[in-house]
Design a binder for this molecule. Structure first.
Ligand SMILES: Cc1cc2nc3c(=O)[nH]c(=O)nc-3n(C[C@H](O)[C@H](O)[C@H](O)COP(=O)(O)OP(=O)(O)OC[C@H]3O[C@@H](n4cnc5c(N)ncnc54)[C@H](O)[C@@H]3O)c2cc1C
Length: 501
């Protein structure tokens, strides 16, 4: 949209679109260097996918590695990314990979200086060195400290404010048009607009454009991320790279999030709490600390395919048996029009999934969660009954349907032994979820958005998922590293540019 007045009012130096990890990082970097910054955020509060995240941040050359005696380097991390991204079977953006691995160490330190506590380094194959660092208690701590410092640095955050369009003056981006409480409003940026509006996992039409039906039907974890920044930039000639790539085995089966989280999960994720938790994990008996840690979990956990391999049945909410493909257990669930079901098993399997290596899911803080952990911390998704009829009543499925489904399951899976010995268990609801998408705008090394004729769109930058630019981020912890590295880098590039007026 072209702005026609001669001199548009320059309210801010920078307008950032989106108050997730990358947007908050770019806003803070810009504000700490003297720029006037506004963040427009579509949701009622900041956070985005970053607040949902486990908090894994992958980097070499950290103080944690040094303390643990790990010898590592940015170059080795760069080389290892070939192994980590091998399954993608597509070319990586090597300039952005270089930016990621080179700047991740100082970015981790920057987050630590803001107050975030990290545990690690944790090993993850095929990395040749342990590089995963986990924010304590999770992604919420990252958002908490970034928002706190943004406010201190004078960043204005306008929530419930959705990007609608970009404003142009003489061919350069000069602001954004937003929708706020059903009112259209313009905000002007003297130096730049930075798109940090996340991915498109929440948009069914975007999923239809790029993915197969199982992914289209999957439920988004972060439904507010509907690719708005990508679509607006596309109008002005920008391209989406790797829109069709799904690194995180999507759809992924996950337990539904807890509706009413208790007081433990509502504790502010401050440094003191994080340090107390780390101390407790070191010195308190697991029986005391495990339930506490599980109750702190604010992300959505995913059950292991091992449960089905060991003989558990997947039953949809109407009582129908769903065949499970062990390679992608959520695929048929997502295709089922309910996309909601329960994992049902009996006493044999319940006994088995109480100790290593038979865990129900991974879990932040305690690494692996067993059936007992779910019993103590997630009563909303843990169901047990002496008989199949009672279990059916508990999970509100017709008794005859459940009997029939289990009978079918027992006939189809003789090798694991039948589900027949009470007490009987159901975990769920589970759903097929789409966690994140990988498609981001084409950007150059300065994170300027590339438009028509391969030229940067003047004064338009992108970072985080919106500015993923074809960099491959497989494995755990690279998405957050990219969000923070790219967020700060975009702001640093803006600082180096001159004002448009
Ligand atoms: C359950 C889960 C666990 C994860 N765990 C990890 C992990 O441990 N490690 C890791 O590396 N990655 C993890 N990820 C991925 C990681 O969280 C994301 O890749 C990363 O947070 C993206 O940051 P971002 O700033 O680009 O986007 P976001 O954090 O999603 O922020 C985007 C923001 O833009 C806002 N927005 C969207 N549209 C508009 C609009 N039109 N106008 C204004 N604002 C808008 C959104 O509301 C949101 O607040 C996880 C993701 C999920 C869902």
């Amino acid at each position: 949209m072209n702005y026609s007045e001669k001199n548009p009012p320059a309210d801010f130096d920078v307008v950032v679109v989106g108050a997730g990890g990358s947007g908050l990082a770019s806003a803070l970097e810009a504000a700490q260097n003297g720029l006037r910054v506004l963040i427009v955020e579509k949701a009622p509060q900041p956070g985005g996918a970053t607040a949902w995240s486990v908090g894994a941040f992958t980097t070499s050359s950290s103080p944690h590695q040094k303390k643990a005696g790990v010898v590592d380097s940015r170059d080795q991390h760069f080389i290892d990314m070939d192994l980590v991204n091998a399954n993608a079977k597509r070319a990586d953006n090597m300039q952005l990979r270089r930016l990621l691995v080179d700047k991740a160490p100082e970015t981790l330190q920057w987050l630590m200086d803001l107050g975030v506590e990290f545990m690690g380094p944790h090993a993850e194959s095929p990395h040749t060195q342990p590089r995963m660092h986990n924010a304590v208690p999770g992604g919420v701590a990252l958002v908490y400290y970034l928002v706190k410092h943004c406010k201190k640095a004078g960043v204005q955050i306008a929530c419930n404010t959705k990007l609608q369009d970009l404003l142009f003056k003489d061919g350069k981006v000069c602001g954004v048009q937003v929708l706020n409480n059903e009112k259209i409003q313009n905000f002007y940026a003297k130096r730049a607009v930075i798109l940090a509006s996340g991915d498109f996992s929440g948009s069914r039409s975007m999923r239809e454009r790029f993915f197969d039906p199982a992914v289209v039907n999957a439920a988004p974890v972060v439904s507010i991320n509907t690719g708005d920044g990508l679509l607006v930039a596309e109008k002005y000639g920008a391209q989406i790279i790797n829109g069709d790539y799904a690194a995180f085995y999507i759809p992924r089966m996950r337990f539904v999030p807890q509706e009413n989280v208790g007081w433990i999960a509502r504790l502010p994720p401050t440094k003191t709490i994080a340090q107390l938790m780390q101390w407790a994990m070191k010195y308190l008996p697991p029986a005391i600390i495990r339930p506490f840690m599980m109750k702190m979990v604010t992300t959505v956990l995913g059950p292991e395919p091992a449960l089905f391999k060991a003989g558990a049945a997947l039953i949809n909410v109407a009582g129908g048996l769903i065949d499970v493909d062990f390679k992608s257990p959520a695929r048929k669930l997502a295709l089922d029009h309910h996309n909601k079901g329960y994992i049902v098993f009996d006493q044999k399997l319940a006994q088995q999934f109480q100790t290593w290596p038979h865990f129900i899911s991974t879990a932040p803080g305690i690494a692996y969660a067993y059936l007992k952990d779910y019993e103590h911390s997630r009563p909303d998704i843990f169901h047990r009954a002496d008989t199949i009829n009672q279990l059916a009543q508990t999970i509100q499925i017709d008794c005859t349907q459940l009997h029939n489904a289990l009978q079918q399951h027992n006939q189809k899976n003789p090798a694991c032994g039948p589900i027949e010995q009470g007490p009987f268990y159901a975990l769920g609801p589970v759903r097929g979820y789409i966690t994140i998408t990988e498609g981001g705008l084409d950007v150059n090394e300065q994170l300027q958005v590339i438009g028509k004729n391969q030229q940067p769109i003047p004064h338009l930058y992108a970072c985080g998922s919106a500015g993923q630019g074809g960099v491959l981020l497989d494995g755990h912890g690279h998405h957050l590293s990219w969000a923070f590295v790219s967020g700060r880098h975009a702001a640093q590039q803006v600082l180096q540019e001159t004002s448009i007026y």
